[in-house]
Structure formats: C-alpha cells, structure tokens
Design a protein around this ligand. Structure first.
Ligand SMILES: Nc1ncnc2c1ncn2[C@@H]1O[C@H](COP(=O)(O)OP(=O)(O)OP(=O)(O)O)[C@@H](O)[C@H]1O
Length: 348
C-alpha cells in the first residue's frame, strides 16, 4: 500500500505539487493522469526518493519512507527512456538488480527465468539490448523492475516513443502482468486512453493539484469539474444557465436542453453552468425530434465507429460517434437527440 500525505514540492518559486494526498491500496493499479507540467513525474520521483519533498510524507506498507534514500525503499522503477545497460545481456541486466538486492545465485536464476517468461522475452535472454526492438527493450525494463519483487512498481510514461499498435498491445500486457503479480502500481501518463483502460483508480492532476480521484468510469461519466470533463474524453460543450428544476432544463445559446433532476443538484435557477454531452450519448434523429441541429463539417472513419463533427451554430461544435454504416456526409444538415439522464452539468 502507498500513501502520499500532503505532498508539496517547490522548485525555487515554482510550486510543482500542491498539498497532494492519495492512497493506492495493496495490489491496486493507480494512475496519475494530467497534462504536461502538472507535476506527475515530480510526484512519482518523490515517491521513489529521487526528489526531496518540500513538505509532506510518503508511506509504503505503513512505513514512513520520506527520508529514505531510493535504494532503501523497495521500489521497482520504469522510466520512459528506461536505460538498460547496453554492454550487458538481457539476463545480466536483470541479474544486476537482483545481486544489488542481495538475492543468492539460485534465487537469481529462478527470478530471471520467471520474469523473462512473464514478459515473454525468454528467447532473447542472451541478446544485448541494442539487438532488441523498442517494445522488447521496454519488456526487459519491466522484468528488471519486477524481478526483485518490489513493494511498489512505479512507471513513468513507459510507452512513450512506441507506435500506436505497440502501445496498445503493451498497455494490455502491462495490465495483465500487474494483475498476475498483484504488485501495487503507480503509473504516470498524459494519455487518457491509457489511464482509462489500465487503471483501478485514476488521479487527475492539474497545476500540481488533485482535480479528481476515482475509478475510470467515475472519472469519465461523472467528472467533478470542467478541467476533468475536458481532459478526459471528448464532448459537445454548451455554455448555459439553469432554466428550471421542474422540468429540469438548461438554456443554451442554441436552445433549451433537457436534463435530469440529479444533474441540477446544487444549482439554483439562473446559475451559470456548462453542459457536456459525450459523443456516444448523442444520436441522429429525425429533423422534428432533434434537440441540437447543425451541418456536418467532418466525418472521420475510425473502423468500429465514425466521429462526426457538426457545426451547431453560435460557435458550438458537436461531436457524435455513430455507426460506420450511418449515412452521413460533409455538408448534411442533421438533428441530434440524447437521453437527458446522460447530460453532464458542471459549474461554469
Ligand atoms: N528539476 C527541476 N527543476 C526545476 N523545475 C522543475 C524540475 N522538474 C520539474 N520542474 C517543473 O515542475 C513542473 C512539474 O513538472 P513535472 O515533470 O513533474 O510534470 P509532468 O506532469 O510530469 O510533466 P511531463 O508529462 O511533461 O513530464 C513543471 O513546470 C516543470 O517545468
């Protein structure tokens, strides 16, 4: 289990992390998600002991490790450019860490075989990292980090620089490996797809501060503020004013939008809000039934679905995900409808 308590880090006058607290349970896969510069790496490096916190504490399995050197913390680290030693074979790369951690030769052999097998690179055991593909080299880094059975695995953008298909394959594999080994994991990424697909828990950060903490579904379906709603997933965004609670509806520049009572909780009539509609919650409607209307400006075929952009007027762009068989072309006038219970309403 990892606990980060009231962590603050200043670099000179710059506050990179501000009073951040969170907890990753034993065996849980947690992710720090946020844009470049939001303090993700600083947080991870503080946990690893590579950066001293200005304030706050780090606890691993209940022990206060805040003042400990990196090698005193039982941590497995994988960085985006995780350097394997080029003059050593794959086996020697993994053995090095095991030796440093005091494993005897028999145990080392056992661990090397087990973890090379787990990351599926046993056949490259005697190769040097320079003879491996980018993906294989990442696997070596992961095997090396896991082989001495750390209390926590820390991964900082480990898939950076790999092509899209390989990234997708590896993110599934990392998740599978993590589940199998049941190692407590903290993963750092700016990629929302990675975060949503891999994590048990996501912490969204911005400007060094926690914006929301929750399961992928909570973060996506129930974002707690506009930053999270914008950063995670695509949406049609409408500025608006709460028109009434009964019936629950919001006035927007392109018409009145129906919602449900729960989404207006905490907002008085007249309150300024922003409405978010997820692309998969919108559907094409007959002209008379549409709540939103506009002309199609782009249709992007994405294999299993198409992403359609619609100019809804007043500077509003609607985003719709629809079946690839839907008959929609650039220039078409379309009408859109949605289930009012799917409308996300956030403070403006
Ligand atoms: N060693 C350092 N000295 C001074 N400023 C730093 C240092 N490391 C990071 N920063 C600054 O602290 C802020 C947070 O950086 P950090 O690397 O933690 O963010 P990040 O979310 O991991 O970003 P990225 O995804 O780009 O790595 C940034 O403004 C960065 O410029």
């Amino acid at each position: 289990m990892l606990e980060v308590e009231n962590l603050t880090k200043f670099y000179g006058d710059l506050r990179a992390v501000n009073d951040l607290s969170f907890r990753i349970e034993e065996g849980e896969f947690g992710t720090l998600l946020g844009p470049s510069g939001c303090g993700k790496s600083t947080t991870l490096r503080t946990i690893a002991g590579l950066v001293d916190p200005t304030e706050g504490g780090i606890y691993l399995r209940g022990d206060d490790v805040t003042g400990q050197a990196p090698n005193e913390r039982n941590i497995g680290l994988v960085f985006q450019d995780s350097a394997t030693f080029p003059h050593m074979t794959v086996e020697e790369n993994i053995e090095y860490g095991l030796k440093m951690s005091g494993f005897d030769p028999d145990e080392r052999e056992k661990q090397i075989t087990k973890y090379l097998d787990l990351v599926q690179i046993s056949e490259y055991r005697d190769h040097r990292p320079t003879e491996l593909s980018g993906g294989q080299e990442r696997r070596v880094s992961i095997a090396r980090a896991l082989a001495y059975e750390p209390d926590i695995l820390l991964l900082d953008e480990p898939l950076t620089g790999l092509d899209r298909v390989l990234r997708q394959d590896l993110r599934n594999e990392i998740k599978q490996i993590q589940r199998e080994v049941e190692v407590t994991t903290l993963y750092v990424t700016h990629d929302q797809e990675e975060a949503l697909s891999m994590s048990d828990k996501i912490l969204v950060l911005n400007n060094g501060e926690k914006q929301q903490e929750g399961t992928p579904t909570e973060i996506y379906d129930d974002p707690s503020n506009r930053f999270v709603a914008n950063f995670v997933g695509k949406s049609t965004r409408l500025p608006g004013t709460v028109a009434s609670h009964d019936p629950p509806q919001i006035d927007t520049p392109i018409g009145t939008v129906p919602t449900d009572t729960a989404s207006l909780d905490g907002f008085d009539p007249g309150a300024d809000v922003e409405v978010f509609l997820r692309p998969e919650d919108l559907s094409l409607a007959d002209a008379g039934d549409g709540v939103l209307r506009g002309s199609v400006t782009n249709v992007e075929y994405l294999g299993t679905y198409s992403e359609v952009l619609i100019d809804a007027g007043e500077g509003i762009q609607a985003v719709l995900h629809t079946s690839t068989s839907a008959n929609v072309d650039i220039g078409d006038e379309v009408a859109l409808t949605f289930d009012p219970s799917n409308v996300i309403v956030l403070e403006a």
